[in-house]
Design a protein around this ligand. Structure first.
Ligand code: HEM
Length: 453
């Protein structure tokens, strides 16, 4: 419907229209989201043209009332493209390397977490249970090690509650009443509606993180950082005489919150989909297990150096990322200048929706995209092949900064899970495969039996 206003009846309708239907019609079209002027980019060519070839112009974030209210456009993920973003992104990339994947010992820390995770699964002794909470805890602990220098036990209900209400906010952020709030911010004074729940949750998360940051920075030795929080406080100290500095206590809390949720919500859902698909396709599960047994063996913990010898497992994880589209519309971008794309004029300040789902179902680049088929990532010799139109982490300046960490986690958690367990649905009943729509796509709650192999 190029040029036609789309009624914002209910969010799932809008989201479903954007992600499933429109890309079959046009590569680029404009959308009026109740006064917010937006464009939607469909298919690999259009997304690449904007995010890669015009990367600087498309690297901004929209000044939506929701983001303004929650983070005052500070922090990292939602920050405007400028000094604040550059400083926060650089610091996060560096600390993720120093305290995370740049350390050889970090792989062992993920393996240690995998053992806690597998042992917790073992307590169900093959009985049906919902894996969601265990995966969330295990995954968030990897980010926690980098940010706070410590993990939280699976019994820590306070931390779990914080993650729960934070991820509830990811769903609420895409609800109809929050869409309305973005269009008509004055509805914020109404005492009811989902936006009020979202604000309440955000305030609770903020207080929790504030206290946690205070606790983990006790006994800090300046310029000897132990984790992200220390490194941030060091940067604050170094810049204390610069009135333009964007480092502040508030931005520290926003950045910590964004890193935790960006790392947890996404990787957890990839693993939840991967488990679901393994139970759905026992032959694919069997082939992954055959590769694990051959390359790693039954007892040794999986190691990253084995990844290049396991093309089938890699292909399965890639197909899960392609097919399940964890972040179907990425994170909204905005233009920082007037520009032209495919002959269309796009004014400065336009909200840009990158339909990553459409890229993963783009028939120009994928044959039979509607079919779950890991072999599409293998060549005729069974070797893994990269695909250009594989963009789950997006492209350009704002591409996901946790990609490397997420890839490590997915491989190590997934292989150690399938090494120890056979996964199946209770009584062979296949759950509803329709995703839950929100800013991320997650499976509907489902039960799984993990039987010792
Ligand atoms: C499988 C897991 C993951 C997926 C599919 C994923 C996907 C994405 C996507 C699509 C974006 C939007 C990029 C854009 O604006 O164009 C993004 C941004 C981001 N991701 Fe991830 N992500 C994952 C894991 C992680 C992890 C583990 C972290 C860190 C702990 C992380 C941190 C971030 C941050 C901070 C941004 C914002 C970057 C910026 O605005 O400069 N992500 N991610």
């Amino acid at each position: 419907f190029p040029g036609q206003p789309v009624p914002v009846l209910d969010n799932p309708v809008v989201t479903e229209c954007i992600i499933r239907l429109t890309f079959r019609v046009v590569e680029i079209f404009s959308l009026d989201l109740g006064g917010i002027s937006a464009i939607v980019l469909n298919g690999y060519d259009a997304v690449k043209e904007c995010l890669v070839h015009q990367s600087e112009i498309f690297a901004d974030r929209p000044s939506l009332p929701l983001f303004k209210k929650l983070t005052n456009m500070g922090g990292l993920l939602n920050s405007k493209y400028g000094r604040g973003w550059t400083e926060h992104r650089k610091l996060a990339v560096n600390t993720f390397r120093i305290f995370g994947y740049g350390q050889r010992s970090f792989e062992h820390k993920i393996s240690e977490e995998s053992i806690f995770f597998l042992d917790a699964i073992d307590t169900y002794k093959g009985r049906p249970f919902d894996l969601k909470h265990l995966i969330t805890n295990a995954v968030s602990n990897i980010t926690n090690l980098i940010i706070f220098g410590e993990r939280f036990t699976y019994e820590d209900t306070e931390f779990q509650h914080m993650i729960e209400i934070f991820s509830e906010n990811i769903e609420l952020a895409a609800s109809a009443s929050v869409f309305l709030y973005n269009a008509f911010p004055w509805i914020g004074i109404l005492p009811f509606g989902k936006h009020q729940q979202l604000f309440k949750n955000a305030a609770e998360v903020y207080d929790f993180l504030h206290e946690l940051i205070e606790r983990v920075s006790e006994n800090r030795k300046p310029q000897s950082p132990r984790h992200f929080v220390d490194a941030y406080l060091d940067e604050m100290d170094c810049n204390e005489n610069d009135p333009e500095s964007t480092y502040s206590r508030e931005n520290l809390i926003f950045s910590v919150g964004e890193l935790i949720i960006a790392g947890t919500e996404t990787t957890t859902n990839v693993l939840r989909w991967a488990v679901l698909f393994m139970a759905l396709y026992p032959n694919i599960q069997g082939q992954v297990q055959k590769e694990i047994d051959l390359v790693i063996g039954p007892n040794k913990m999986p190691a990253l150096e084995e990844k290049c010898k396991m093309p089938y497992t890699e292909a399965v994880l890639h197909e899960v990322l392609r097919f399940c589209n964890i972040a179907p519309l990425g994170i909204f971008h905005a233009t920082s200048k007037d520009t032209v794309v495919r002959g269309y004029s796009i004014p400065e300040g336009t909200t840009v929706i990158t339909n990553l789902y459409s890229v993963h179902f783009d028939e120009k680049y994928w044959s039979n995209p509607e079919v779950f088929f890991p072999e599409r990532f293998l060549d005729s010799n069974g070797q893994f092949v990269k695909k250009d139109a594989f963009v789950p982490f997006s492209l350009g300046r704002r591409h996901c900064l946790g990609e490397q960490l997420a890839r490590m986690e997915m491989f190590l958690f997934f292989t150690s899970l399938l090494q120890r367990f056979h996964l199946c649905f209770p009584h062979g009943v296949v759950p509803d495969l329709k995703p839950r729509l929100g800013m991320t796509l997650q499976p509907q709650p489902y039960l799984i039996c993990a039987e010792r192999r």
